[in-house]
Write a new protein. Structure first.
Length: 482
């Protein structure tokens, strides 16, 4: 038992250590989210239901075959199946019945239903792809936000270390009597502000981790570390190859939402044709086999002639005379005999019957149900057509908007790059002037903060540009490439 406990402890420690060592790339995060997302699992179950409905409708093309077998005991007064006399008797009976039927022609109603179900299955799987796309975009956005926060934490930390080093240098100069104590006090305040900024940046990073875990349906208590590739190495396609009209044409054919709408619309067309066919006469064939067996035991009296003749109640007229017709007198002789039916298999053979035929079903009046179903199917088709058009318009609007935002993001990114270069030169000059006493501490801090803001804005614009380009690539059907 002690060894088992030790093994379990070792396994838990090893698993925790292995989990902590794993670095999650974007692809890892997306795949994990797709495998564990509850919404996708529910939609996958619905797709399986659609599969079952399709299989059921396909099997409906084949003849039906049913075997019925019943057993029973009858009590009380009823007709004796042998004598035809009503009497108090108990009978045991069993019957076998086999029936088959098949649809011969129904104006392709069943064929259209099968085609509609097949399209519904495809629509279900397209819906799964749509949910996966939505999750992939959400995870990518959260992943990039986390990378941005990590990057900004690094920038703020560098700023903090620079402020600390400046404070150390200034304190030495204050001790030497070269600078006043006010300079050191101002830098101490700057170090405090930079420390607060760094703590806030770390807090934003932790919140981003929790947000990403939530999207992935990952246990919030488990260790989690993302792989942080340099943003400069993230592949980005040239914006010239992502013109909105070309991207839109590709998206119409590739985006799962558009595929889902197409399948639903085509399925509605087939359902409309099936509803129309249901209003027409249908032809079917049927056939069956049946037999039965009955068992009873009845004692009936024996009868014998007395040798006497009695009037039968009939009269014969021979033209001259009218004569009464006599019949032999028969009375019970006081003895009884048992009557039992034929053996089991003899009865089954003797009672074996067959039937076969063709039936025509003509819907004449059924409360308007069939006509109402047909009218609803036409309205449903029209509604899906409008939905399809609306989603296509929205897709086009989203793509043109994404392209416009990507162009703006690129311009902001280029502008912030120049801003960082200018702020770095200004901060370099300020450091040199501060070192020779030509610049106050407050002016140095101002230049340092300007550089920090420029770097933060640069990183924000850089990640924003990358994400907006990834959205355009996603619409084009390239997937997520990092």
């Amino acid at each position: 038992m002690r060894y088992i406990f030790s093994y379990l402890v070792f396994s838990i420690v090893f698993f925790t250590h292995a989990t902590a060592q794993k670095k999650w790339s974007l692809l890892d995060c997306v795949n994990y989210a797709m495998e564990n997302n509850i919404g996708i699992k529910q939609t996958a179950l619905q797709a399986k239901v659609s599969d079952l409905q399709l299989k059921q409708d396909k099997q409906g093309q084949y003849p039906t075959l049913n075997l019925n077998n019943n057993y029973g005991v009858s009590f009380g007064r009823r007709e004796n199946p042998t004598t035809g006399i009503f009497e108090d008797q108990r009978f045991f009976n069993t019957g076998l019945n086999m029936q088959s039927s098949v649809s011969i022609f129904n104006w392709y109603s069943q064929k259209n239903r099968i085609a509609a179900d097949n399209l519904e299955v495809k629509a279900s799987y397209a819906l799964i792809d749509k949910q996966k796309n939505d999750i992939a975009l959400s995870v990518a956005s959260s992943y990039l936000q986390l990378l941005l926060n990590v990057k900004q934490s690094e920038i703020v930390n560098i700023q903090l270390q620079q402020s600390k080093q400046q404070l150390v240098n200034t304190q030495k100069l204050v001790t030497a009597g070269t600078l006043p104590e006010l300079n050191a006090a101002e830098l101490e305040a700057q170090v405090a502000r930079d420390s607060a900024n760094y703590i806030a940046a770390k807090g934003n990073t932790e919140q981003s981790v929790l947000s990403l875990k939530n999207l992935m349906n990952f246990d919030a208590a488990q260790p989690f570390e993302v792989d942080t590739p340099p943003v400069e190495k993230i592949f980005i396609e040239d914006i010239a190859s992502l013109q909105p009209d070309a991207v839109y044409n590709l998206a119409l054919a590739n985006m799962p939402q558009q595929q889902f709408n197409n399948y639903k619309y085509l399925a509605a067309e087939k359902n409309k044709n099936a509803a129309k066919g249901a209003m027409m006469p249908s032809i079917g064939a049927f056939g069956g086999l049946n037999t039965n067996y009955i068992y009873f035991k009845s004692a009936i009296p024996n009868f014998a002639a007395t040798g006497q003749f009695i009037p039968s109640g009939l009269i014969v007229n021979n033209g001259a005379n009218t004569l009464n017709v006599l019949q032999p007198e028969i009375k019970e002789n006081g003895t009884f005999r048992n009557i039992t039916p034929n053996p089991f298999f003899t009865q089954l053979s003797a009672n074996f019957g067959q039937n076969i035929g063709i039936g025509i079903s003509v819907p004449i009046f059924n409360g308007g149900a069939l006509k109402s179903t047909y009218q609803r199917s036409k309205l449903s088709l029209k509604s899906l057509e409008l939905t399809k058009e609306q989603d296509n318009q929205k897709l086009k609007q989203d793509i043109y908007t994404a392209h416009s935002l990507a162009v703006v993001a690129l311009e902001k990114f280029n502008a912030s790059k120049k801003s960082v270069e200018t702020a770095e030169r200004s901060y370099g000059f300020a450091n040199k002037r501060y070192a020779i006493g030509m610049l106050t501490t407050l002016e140095l801090i101002t230049n340092q903060n300007n550089l920090l803001r420029a770097k933060l804005e640069y990183s924000l614009n850089q990640f924003d540009y990358v994400f907006k380009m990834k959205v355009l690539e996603f619409y084009k059907g390239m997937g997520l490439k990092f």
